[in-house]
Structures are given as structure tokens and as C-alpha cells.
Ligand binder design. Structure first.
Ligand code: C2E
Ligand code: MG
Ligand code: MG
Length: 260
């Protein structure tokens, strides 16, 4: 599938695509490499807007449009609901272990007073174990320290949902967030991982981040792993899981089909 060059997007086209069921999720595996044989432990769901000519509009282009018009609130809930239905389906199909499924959540959503209740309702009606659902938080979510946002993050943690800090290291207040947020996991941003193993600055920053995260009891996931020597470096430094084109590109196939 090729990616379209950036074009101005109309909100009406996006909402129509959603209403007609054209938007879909692709799933990218996350792999535990602490053992000699890598094992898939979860997936990240990534929104896709395919076009009839086989190309697609990437989320980097349509998510900002959805955020500007507020439609992202509907989109985020749909992503969480779809992910939970997928988890329920896998459980029903006899999955032996609870694979984690991660959904990206926009900053606006975390600021909605009813967000934790919406997640609780979805978990209840799909029958999914809250710990199997991971919600990814970006730095923008907590930048302005909105009270409702922080209350919601704590409420979700109390519900047992797994919380992950996405694109770690790219923002200005990442260390502050480590101190204040009740997160379970940090995701090392691809912009650092791509410099491994040779770029000294990236290696130094990632090494220190992994040490700090493990000292704080946080799981570390590396994003954008594309090369075997990056795996070797990250494994030696104690990174818990990896995600990247080396292990699998985001794909439309159902996660358990990817597993088989
Ligand atoms: P993200 O959450 O950090 O997702 C990881 C991005 O890195 C994905 O891009 C994925 O396809 C890409 N990626 C993964 N491994 C590799 C690799 O080895 N090499 C390279 N070059 N890229 C890799 P994608 O799918 O284009 O998504 C971009 C961003 O859009 C996401 O970054 C996330 O912030 C946002 N996004 C995607 N889906 C959703 C969604 O459903 N809701 C919201 N609110 N945001 C979303
Ligand atoms: Mg993400
Ligand atoms: Mg990321």
C-alpha cells in the first residue's frame, strides 16, 4: 500500500469514511526478546484510512484533522472498542495467554470527564481483562497538567488498565512525567532507536533511559526496531519488548492469524 502525499483533508470526508466503515485498524506485533526465541506478547493498533486506488492516508495526516474538529473523541472510542472486541474474540478462540493490545489515545480524550467510565463500559460488555488493554499516552496529554486528565489517568490505573507513555524522550517534560504519572511502561521513540548501535548520543540516552525506567519498575518497549544489531544492543541493555519492521509491519490481518 502506498502512502498519499500530504493533501488538505476535509473533515466531512473523514467522518464519511468512518460512517461507511472505511477506516480500519492495522496491528503491529510487540515481541519479547529476553528469551533466545522471540515471542509475540502483544500488538499496537494503528488507524488506517485506505482509498479505493490502494493507497492510504496515514494517521499522521488525518488524526490532526480529527483532533481539530473534535471527531477524534469518537474515533478513539471506536479504536478502544474494536481492540477490546478483538481481545474478546481471541479469548473465545482459545488463546492460551492474554496478549496485550495497545490503543493510541488523543490528549482531548483523556480530558473528558466520562472517559474512564466509557472504557469501563467497553471492558464490561466485551468481558476483557483490563490488564490486557494498554492505553498509550503522549506527552501532549499531560503537558498542561489538566486536573481532569490526571484524575482520569489515575482512575484508569485503578481500574487495572495498562498505561504506556508513547514516544518517550521526544518531549520536554518526559522526566517530570515519569515522576508524576502512574504508568506501567515507556516506549522508546524510534528517532533514538534508529541511531543504534553506532550513534553514541542515541545509545547514551537510551541506555540511561532503560536504566532509569527499570529502576522505577517500568517496562520498556523499543519502537522502530529495523536491524538485528539494534536487537542485540537493546537486549543486552535489558529492554523488555520490541516493535518494528524487523518483527512485523502493521498489518490488517487479525492478530491471532499473525501468530499462526
Ligand atoms: P505511534 O503511536 O508512535 O506508532 C508507531 C508508528 O511508527 C506507526 O506509524 C508505525 O507504523 C511506525 N513504525 C513502527 N515500526 C516502525 C519501523 O520499524 N520503522 C518505521 N519507519 N516506522 C515504524 P503510523 O501507523 O503511521 O502512526 C503514526 C502515529 O499516528 C502514531 O505514532 C500515533 O501517534 C498516531 N496514531 C496512529 N493510529 C492512531 C489512533 O488510532 N488514534 C490516535 N489518537 N493516534 C493514532
Ligand atoms: Mg503509539
Ligand atoms: Mg510512538
Amino acid at each position: 500500500m502506498s502512502v498519499l502525499p500530504a493533501v488538505p483533508l476535509e473533515v466531512a470526508d473523514l467522518t464519511r469514511a468512518f460512517e461507511t466503515g472505511d477506516l480500519l485498524l492495522h496491528y503491529q506485533p510487540q515481541v519479547d526478546v529476553s528469551q533466545p526465541w522471540p515471542k509475540i506478547v502483544g500488538y499496537e493498533a494503528l488507524a488506517r484510512w485506505p482509498l479505493s486506488d490502494g493507497s492510504f492516508i496515514p494517521p499522521d495526516q488525518f488524526i490532526p484533522v480529527a483532533e481539530d474538529c473534535g471527531f477524534v473523541l469518537t474515533l478513539d472510542i471506536w479504536v478502544i472498542e474494536t481492540v477490546c472486541k478483538e481481545l474478546a474474540r481471541m479469548k473465545k478462540a482459545g488463546a492460551l495467554q492474554c496478549l496485550g493490545m495497545a490503543a493510541n489515545v488523543s490528549p482531548q480524550q483523556f480530558g473528558q470527564r466520562h472517559f474512564p467510565q466509557s472504557v469501563a463500559d467497553i471492558l464490561t460488555y466485551t468481558g476483557v481483562d483490563p490488564g490486557c488493554l494498554t492505553l498509550e499516552i503522549t506527552e501532549r496529554t499531560v503537558l498542561d497538567e489538566d486536573e481532569t486528565t490526571l484524575e482520569n489517568i489515575h482512575a484508569l490505573r485503578e481500574m487495572g488498565v495498562t498505561l504506556s507513555l508513547d514516544d518517550f524522550g521526544t518531549g520536554y517534560s518526559s522526566l517530570f512525567q515519569l515522576r508524576t504519572l502512574p504508568i506501567h511502561e515507556v516506549k522508546l521513540d524510534r528517532s533514538f532507536v534508529s541511531g543504534l548501535p553506532h550513534r553514541h548520543q542515541d545509545a547514551a540516552i537510551l541506555g540511561a533511559t532503560i536504566d532509569l525506567a527499570s529502576e522505577l519498575g517500568l517496562r520498556v518497549v523499543a519502537e522502530g526496531v529495523e536491524q538485528a544489531d539494534q536487537v542485540t544492543w537493546l537486549r543486552e541493555r535489558g529492554c523488555n519488548a520490541m516493535q518494528g519492521f524487523l518483527f512485523g509491519r502493521p498489518a490488517a490481518r487479525k492478530p491471532d492469524a499473525i501468530l499462526l
